[in-house]
Design a protein around this ligand. Structure first.
Ligand code: GAR
Length: 214
């Protein structure tokens, strides 16, 4: 499995994916890192790991269709057959999402379907929820939606501001995203009626993972 990782910023989730792909029992390699921002810090993480990078700057494209076509070309040229969105802050077209259906993952820092989209931490605090978290899911055309592979629940503490909550959730992201990618690379994930079935969910270690077994 050859994975393209799409980023827009710091790339801490990218780093977690790089690290898991270095493990022997993860039959996946990252073949390309794509950033829509030339200054994304994550690009340096990729280079440090010897992974090719490409910048596809959305500002230089007239519309979403041509931007997405450039993304698709980059991924295909690199010989990648799977995409991980890791803090990629652009909305993809329906065509692109359809082409990569069931071959594209996203991570979102909330327990979807709660709080999709931007400012999810502020909205969780504002709503007064006591538990938030993060979700790894297959991407669908709707924003931050799709079959859920793994979720981690994270408490929202009374004095949390956005930054404190985001930092606590980010730690959980770094556990569940690599876990999800590993499960897929090992061929242990199936989608049945838009729900994820995981073979031997026992491998889920210290997190809430969809416990349904096939
Ligand atoms: C992460 O918290 C990720 O879940 C979020 O952006 C951050 C990227 O951080 N993604 C979204 O909000 C997608 N809707 P990172 O660049 O350090 O991985």
């Amino acid at each position: 499995m050859k994975v393209a990782v799409f980023i827009s910023g710091r790339g801490t989730n990218l780093q977690a994916l790089i690290d898991v792909c270095a493990q022997e029992d993860t039959p996946a390699e990252i073949g390309l890192v794509v950033s829509n921002r030339p200054a994304a810090q994550g690009l340096a993480r990729a280079s440090a790991a010897g992974i090719p990078t490409v910048v596809v700057d959305h500002k230089t494209y007239d519309d979403r269709e041509s931007f997405d076509a450039a993304l698709d070309t980059a991924v295909t040229r690199a010989g990648c057959d799977f995409i991980c969105l890791a803090g990629f802050m652009r909305i993809l077209t329906e065509d692109f999402t359809r082409k990569w259906r069931d071959r594209m993952l996203n991570i979102h820092p909330s327990l979807i379907p709660a709080f999709p989209g931007l400012n999810c931490h502020a909205r969780a605090i504002e709503a007064g929820v006591m538990i938030s978290g993060c979700t790894v899911h297959f991407a669908r055309p709707e924003l931050d939606a799709g079959p859920v592979i793994a979720q981690a629940a994270v408490p929202v503490l009374p004095d949390d501001d956005e930054e404190a909550l985001a930092a606590r959730i980010l730690e959980a992201e770094h556990r569940i995203y690599p876990m999800a990618l590993k499960l897929i690379a090992q061929g242990r994930i199936r989608i049945v009626n838009e729900r994820v079935r995981i073979q031997d969910g026992s491998m889920a270690d210290g997190m809430l993972v969809n416990p349904a077994k096939s």
